[in-house]
Design a binder for this molecule. Structure first.
Ligand code: HEC
Length: 207
């Protein structure tokens, strides 16, 4: 029996006792106790009927490097991270949405090169608003893009690469992040490979 069910049983017993007292016992003082027992018992039963939610920190996506073989494997992990630990979906939508407070990321993997996305995530303050891609005045967003590689979100490099793989995949792009870029435990982190001759901030890939 689950813990909640046990507590519910206790609650029911208390209510039952209270009802029995009211039915069969005439002594005024004990009847008061019975009444109180019914009220408290019902109160706890209502409280226990509320679904229980434990708020635990999100579990780290496990990178079993042996099982991540294809870019599609990375995208699948990235998708989970996008909607859970990465908290991206708190601010971003994929596709137009009334409630989205921040840029819609639909098609972002086709608009931005992976190096640019990597930098958008890890150095959001360096993000250069590329006006030529947008119409009208630059938009003010009611939130700030957090440092994805620092606390509280604190994604590891492997997790960020996976999220980028997911963004590319959901944009219908070939995933250009490969499992070969994943950091093996105990090796020094390598920066994401850069296209020769252009810094990551230099160009957003024009379509
Ligand atoms: C607290 C809200 C918030 C969270 C959480 C967040 N972002 Fe952002 N993000 C923003 C804002 C605001 C901008 C726009 C920054 C700007 O224009 O300077 C942005 C910009 C971006 C951009 C650049 C968009 C463009 O059109 O150039 C990318 C890519 C991005 N976010 C991806 C992500 C991913 C992936 C995650 C999760 C790992 C994430 N964001 C989590 C608020 C957020």
């Amino acid at each position: 029996m689950s813990e909640v069910a046990q507590l519910q049983l206790i609650g029911l017993t208390v209510v039952g006792t209270g009802v029995a007292i009211l039915l069969f016992i005439k002594a005024q003082f004990i009847r008061v106790i019975g009444f109180v027992a019914i009220v408290l018992g019902l109160f706890s039963l209502v409280a226990l009927s509320v679904p229980q939610m434990a708020s635990l920190p999100p579990a780290e996506e496990k990178f079993d490097l042996a099982t991540v073989k294809t870019p599609a494997d990375m995208a699948a992990i990235g998708q989970k991270i996008f909607f859970s630990k990465g908290q991206c979906a708190l601010c971003h939508s994929i596709g137009p949405s009334e409630s989205a407070r921040c840029p819609d990321l639909k098609g972002i993997g086709a608009k931005l090169r992976k190096e640019f996305i990597y930098e958008s995530l890890t150095q959001p303050q360096a993000y250069v608003y590329l006006d030529y891609r947008h119409e009208g005045l630059p938009k003010e967003y009611p939130a700030r893009m957090p440092y994805i590689n620092k606390n509280p979100i604190g994604l590891s490099k492997n997790e960020i690469l996976s999220v980028i793989a997911f963004l590319q995949q959901m944009s219908g792009e070939p995933v250009s992040v490969t499992p070969a870029e994943l950091e093996m435990p105990g090796t020094t982190p390598a920066p994401p490979t850069k296209a020769a001759g252009s810094g990551p901030m230099a160009v957003a890939q024009a379509n």
